[in-house]
Design a protein around this ligand. Structure first.
Ligand code: 13P
Length: 252
């Protein structure tokens, strides 16, 4: 059985006190969160250690939003995978579309980051997804396939076994425009089929594929009820503890 996951990507929001308060509020609702759902919080780098302490005695998991392409050394301003791991984080989001578009992250860069994350015992949450123009031009399958081919499909089967895939159509992120459950399911099924072709039926069956893009309490249940949607990567709604906890309860 593949895991059910809800991850909150806080992006560049919340100062330290606000972030700690948010983590605390979610922790206080722990009893409402189904025990078979893995819930992950992804605060900014600078708050990882504090949030790690805040959630220490709970099943909540911690993720970074990015990591460096290099192991260590003279790379001013960068944060390495091993530094992230040393905070207690177990996951790292890699290749988010905001990194790809605002910071020119290519598939090559994404692939390097994934390899370092795996080397340092982190589970990479690897984001893929097409832009609005690519969707309108019916290129969405080929775009996502190329993103997978150039990154996670280059891994060994063993390493791939530690990857979480997140499908985030760029046109649905922060726009309030959610992919319909049918659109999301169609892409998730496509991704799973590609995993089967590149690795095995077992790999396809066991890989968690999350949906991201304007996911909120009002649409989470319908999205998560799709056979190939294993949870969500949540932006805006992850900043509201009530909404975020509600989303964790949206599996049927
Ligand atoms: P929103 O939920 O704000 O659309 O953001 C989705 C996202 O980018 C999560 O990584």
């Amino acid at each position: 059985m593949r895991p059910q996951i809800v991850a909150g990507n806080w992006k560049m929001n919340n100062d330290l006190d606000e972030g700690r308060q948010l983590a605390k509020s979610i922790k206080e609702h722990q009893d409402d969160i189904p025990s078979d759902v893995t819930v992950i919080l992804a605060p900014p780098f600078i708050h990882l250690s504090d949030i790690s302490r805040e959630i220490m005695d709970s099943p909540l998991q911690l993720a970074a939003q990015n990591c460096a392409t290099e192991e260590k050394g003279a790379f001013t301003g960068e944060v390495s995978a091993s530094m992230i791991r040393s905070t207690g984080a177990r996951y790292v989001i890699i290749g988010h579309s905001e990194r790809r578009s605002y910071y020119n992250e290519t598939d090559e860069i994404v692939h390097k980051k994934i390899q370092l994350a795996l080397k340092h015992d982190l589970y990479p949450i690897v984001c893929v997804g097409e832009s609005l123009t690519q969707r309108e031009n019916d290129q969405y399958f080929s775009v996502v396939e190329a993103q997978l081919d150039n990154t996670v499909f280059k891994l060994s089967a063993e390493d791939f076994g530690r990857v979480v895939v997140a499908y985030e159509p760029v046109w649905a992120i922060g726009t309030g425009k959610t992919a319909t459950p049918e659109q999301a399911q169609e892409m998730h099924a496509f991704i799973r089929k590609k995993i089967q072709e590149n690795f095995s039926s077992d790999a396809a069956e066991n890989t968690a594929i999350l949906y991201g893009g304007s996911c909120k309490p009002a649409n989470a249940a319908e999205l998560f009820s799709q056979p190939d949607i294993d949870g969500g990567l949540i932006g805006g709604a992850s900043l509201k503890p009530g909404d975020f906890v509600e989303i964790t309860k949206s599996f049927t």
